[in-house]
Design a protein around this ligand. Structure first.
Ligand SMILES: O=C(O)CCC(=O)C(=O)O
Length: 209
């Protein structure tokens, strides 16, 4: 039997403000943001126009888990819920993957969804572990629900160099050497306006040259 969906502070349908007539999954509004000569971020605002429906569907259907981490010999709950989607991906995820595969010339073959139930959920500064098996992995994130800060700083520490606020269907693609040279975080946010979901996609083989 399917577990009850997580309880969140906000339902996706409350964000339903998709612009009528706007093309779904279009890269027209893409902004390419180089961090240095090797690393970059692409942002496409409102890439998923029916983001509110997708939020609701994933909230109800995804196999959510509450994971624990061992810290200082203690098991602590991770401050978010996650769902790993097995392949073949459900249709709603497959239709996101197809245009991304075509544009970025890779095969996104793993999908992890994060659910930040409210402003107390977060992810600390890190780079994705896929960097350990690939020189320049692409990591795609489709943000649904409330906007939350997404910050970037050098992997060696130092000041924050980028502040984005993805939500409501925005696509963020991290590329180049980003997972080696830069760290990212979604910090706790006292005044978050509701729940946010990030659908993250990774590939296990290098990009076609
Ligand atoms: O929620 C996000 O935008 C970032 C998620 C993330 O960094 C991760 O899953 O490793």
């Amino acid at each position: 039997m399917r577990a009850d969906p997580p309880q969140v502070a906000w339902q996706g349908s409350l964000f339903d403000d998709a612009e009528p007539g706007r093309a779904r999954l279009s890269f027209d509004g893409l902004r390419h943001d180089p961090l240095d000569e090797r690393s970059w971020i692409d942002v496409v605002p409102g890439w998923v126009t029916d983001h509110a429906e997708l939020f609701d569907e994933l909230l109800a259907e995804a196999p959510w888990q509450q994971r624990t981490r061992t810290m200082w010999d203690k098991d602590v709950l991770e401050p978010r819920m996650v769902a790993v989607l097995p392949r073949p991906f459900p249709a709603r995820i497959a239709e996101l993957v197809t245009p991304l595969n075509e544009r970025y010339r890779v095969r996104f073959d793993s999908c992890l969804i994060n659910l930040y139930r409210d402003g107390s959920d977060a992810v600390a500064w890190h780079a994705d572990t896929v960097r350990k098996t690939m020189r320049d992995p692409l990591v795609a994130t489709v943000s649904l629900g409330a906007r939350r800060a997404f910050l970037v700083r050098p992997a060696t520490g130092g000041p924050i160099v980028r502040r984005y606020a993805p939500g409501e269907g925005d696509l963020v693609m991290m590329g180049g050497s980003m997972q080696h040279d830069w760290h990212h975080t979604v910090p706790r946010e006292k005044c978050a306006s509701g729940a946010r979901m990030s659908v993250t996609l990774r590939h296990s083989r290098p990009a076609a040259s």
